[in-house]
Design a binder for this molecule. Structure first.
Ligand SMILES: Nc1ncnc2c1ncn2[C@@H]1O[C@H](COP(=O)(O)OP(=O)(O)OP(=O)(O)O)[C@@H](O)[C@H]1O
Ligand SMILES: [Mg+2]
Length: 302
């Protein structure tokens, strides 16, 4: 596998920012890294990228420990840091030339022009970085992360600050890159996770609280199934509890409810209930459990 993190721990003073974190990311996988502010995402990503040393644990990138041979690792790893610190006085092409030099890239101008095109910087590359809007600065950050065509990409909130049109383009670029590379992507945008990621890890207070396929994760939650149903008439609260697997409900109006239940055949249970009570079902639809709900359930409890 391309990234393997085992029992990673980082303390800042007495605070454990990252607490015994272990996970793996395979080639061709885009892993979404989610968690509330201060959960430890950036700290973990900085350690993987070799910019911060771990207190405990091991990180292997393409089989090599990051503590050793950091030059070798960096040559095959692209990192877009959270605040994307760029050299403000440099021109876009000058900055990319500088980065290309660090990586000893062959035919640097050819590659620079390629990444300018890929990241949609064609109209802006003649500007100084300080003159760029936030979204375009973000694109320069992405350009520097991919310029040496690394196998592993660590993208810390890669799409923050992008407008809706830019979002679509940059997500497509990340998706395309993800076909051949290993990508660890932190974000606070749930649609992004749903659009891009095969798998998500949710971290809370330095610890991993969920790791898996988005669909499978939702099945492990107790109240994962929600159905929106409109009956022909009002049903009293107490009666709704007779639905098999019932957990809770929300009354939308006097005959419309969102019912949450344990079983994945909640629709059938509601149908059986309606038959038993002589109710007609006017409308019924399954509400997909969103990543947002999963996230809230796992990170708000404690
Ligand atoms: N250099 C540092 N010195 C002291 N504490 C730090 C340092 N860097 C991070 N921390 C602390 O470690 C914890 C994790 O921070 P981190 O930046 O990794 O969170 P995050 O998950 O990236 O949050 P966000 O979503 O806000 O970016 C926070 O409590 C933070 O204050
Ligand atoms: Mg962060």
């Amino acid at each position: 596998m391309s990234i393997k993190v085992s029992h990673l721990t980082k303390l800042f003073g007495t605070q454990t920012a990252v607490d015994d974190v272990s996970f793996q990311v395979e080639k061709g996988e885009i892993l979404g890294f989610l968690g509330p502010n201060g959960a430890g995402k950036t700290t973990t990503m900085r350690m993987i990228s070799g910019y911060l040393t771990a207190d405990e644990g091991e990180i292997l990138v393409n089989g090599t420990p990051v503590t050793e041979e950091s030059t070798k690792i960096r040559s095959n790893l692209g990192y877009l840091p959270e605040n994307n610190p760029l050299y403000q006085d440099m021109y876009v092409r000058e900055y990319l030339r500088y980065v290309a030099r660090i990586y000893h890239i062959d035919q640097p101008w050819k590659r620079i022009n390629e990444v300018i095109e890929m990241t949609g910087l064609t109209k802006e590359y003649h500007k100084q970085i300080r003159e760029l809007s936030k979204g375009y600065r973000q694109r320069v950050g992405l350009a520097q992360a991919i310029i040496h065509n690394p196998d592993v990409l660590i993208l810390d909130e890669a799409t923050s600050g992008l407008d809706p049109n830019q979002l679509i383009e940059i997500r497509q670029l990340i998706k395309d890159l993800g076909k051949e590379k290993t990508i660890l992507l932190s974000t606070h945008i749930m649609q992004e996770v749903q659009a891009l990621c095969d798998r998500v890890i949710i971290i809370n207070k330095g610890k991993i609280v969920a790791d898996g396929n988005i669909r499978l994760l939702s099945q492990n939650l107790t109240n994962a199934y929600k159905v929106n149903v409109i009956f022909s008439r009002h049903v009293v609260d107490i009666t709704l509890r007779e639905i098999e697997g019932y957990i809770s409900h929300e009354e939308i109006n006097s005959s419309s409810y969102i019912i949450t239940g344990k079983e994945n055949n909640l629709n059938e249970a509601i149908f059986d209930f309606a038959v038993k009570k002589g109710l007609k079902i006017i409308e019924m639809s399954t509400l997909q459990e969103s990543v947002e709900n999963i996230f809230q359930q796992l990170t708000q409890a404690s």
